[in-house]
Design a protein around this ligand. Structure first.
Ligand SMILES: Nc1nc2c(c(=O)[nH]1)N[C@H]1C(S)=C(S)[C@@H](COP(=O)(O)O)O[C@H]1N2
Ligand SMILES: [Mo]
Length: 320
């Protein structure tokens, strides 16, 4: 993502514009391979995740095939956007410092049943399933990920929102002592914590998925463990990681990227190849790990599920 008044070398989003990626492919592939080697060398002592027995979950056949090959697991967990841990894609090792137990999710705001749920208690209350989704980053790259999780709709029903609740606001942890990207400094003046939001209708859509696992295992920390969102029809920055709070609110939430640069990153952020980002085209995407560039689809190809959410809202900036 980009901040207006910074120098080129400070612009994290510029690391991943398609042009730059082609030039730097060998460099970043090398870094990903290095991280993978580091992992298999066993230098990281991953504590056993207490939820490990819940995986793999049953595949939901409706989302059993994304029409493209699943992105390799080692690639996916070592190539990430997670600005809390740095501005490069190689944050895998830094993210390992995040303590994911104990972990609680606060559900509050305009609800009949406000609650604070320890992650393992939450996992007992929900129906886990696997879904293979396409993921399209605003930086014009994509991946295919076999997520495990539960519908956001089921969590909304657990909270029993009141009529006043119009939006759902998600918030990430704020731990600057662990997540060095959150420390004030040369590379970071972002208004932490990371925040994202949806309308109630979007939250109730069948596609909106609370993710706790991937590749048939608990989610790696680099991918947002212990709990994140995934919204396959929206640009990736809406799919917030490391969630600690879910609030049902009256006003439209302002996300981190919207707060930083509203002219480039909006509330809706639905994928549309015909609406360019102010600094690059969204017509095509690089399918990471394949070397292919393919045309981007409206709503990332999920229009049959979500297009009707936006009827009557055509005057809104739905695609940025
Ligand atoms: N808390 C938090 N969530 C986040 C981000 C982030 O920096 N911090 N980056 C977003 C962006 S831009 C993308 S593309 C996806 C990346 O998810 P992945 O690393 O699992 O591919 O996470 C999103 N969620
Ligand atoms: Mo992204």
């Amino acid at each position: 993502m980009l901040i207006k008044h910074r120098k080129g070398w400070e612009l994290p989003e510029s690391l991943a514009t398609p042009e730059h990626m082609f030039l730097d492919r060998r460099k970043f592939m090398g870094a990903a391979a290095g991280a993978a080697a580091f992992l298999s060398a066993g230098t990281v002592r991953a504590e056993e995740d207490p939820s490990v027995g819940l995986y793999p979950a049953k595949l939901n056949a409706k989302f059993g095939d994304a029409g493209r090959a699943v992105t390799a697991e080692d690639f996916n967990k070592t190539f990430n956007n997670y600005y809390e841990f740095g501005t490069s894609k190689q944050i895998y090792q830094a993210a390992e410092a995040l303590p994911i137990r104990p972990w609680s999710v606060v559900i509050d705001g305009e609800v009949e049943l406000p609650q604070t749920l320890a992650i393992d208690d939450l996992l007992k209350k929900v129906q886990l399933e696997e879904r293979i989704y396409r993921h399209r980053c605003v930086e014009a790259w994509s991946m295919v990920v076999p997520w495990t999780g539960f519908t956001l709709k089921s969590l909304v029903e657990m909270a029993k929102p009141k009529a006043e609740a119009k939006f759902v606001r998600f918030e990430t942890f704020n731990l600057p002592e662990i997540a060095t990207g959150q420390q004030p400094g040369l590379f970071s003046s972002y208004p932490w914590p990371y925040v994202e939001g949806l309308t109630m209708a979007e939250a109730m859509n069948d596609l909106s998925f609370m993710v706790t696992g991937a590749y048939g295992k608990p989610l790696p920390k680099s991918m947002g463990s212990p709990i994140r969102l995934h919204l396959p029809w929206k640009y990736g920055f809406k799919s917030i990681k490391g969630i600690v709070k879910i609030s049902f609110v009256k006003e439209r939430p302002i996300g981190l990227w919207e707060a930083i640069q509203a002219s480039e990153y909006g509330f809706w952020a639905n994928v549309n190849p015909e609406v360019p980002h102010p600094r690059w085209s969204q017509a095509m995407e690089e399918v990471l790990g394949t070397g292919e560039r393919v045309p981007t689809q409206l709503f990332n190809g999920y229009g049959e599920y979500v297009a009707d959410l936006y009827t009557g809202l055509e005057k809104e900036p739905l695609y940025m």
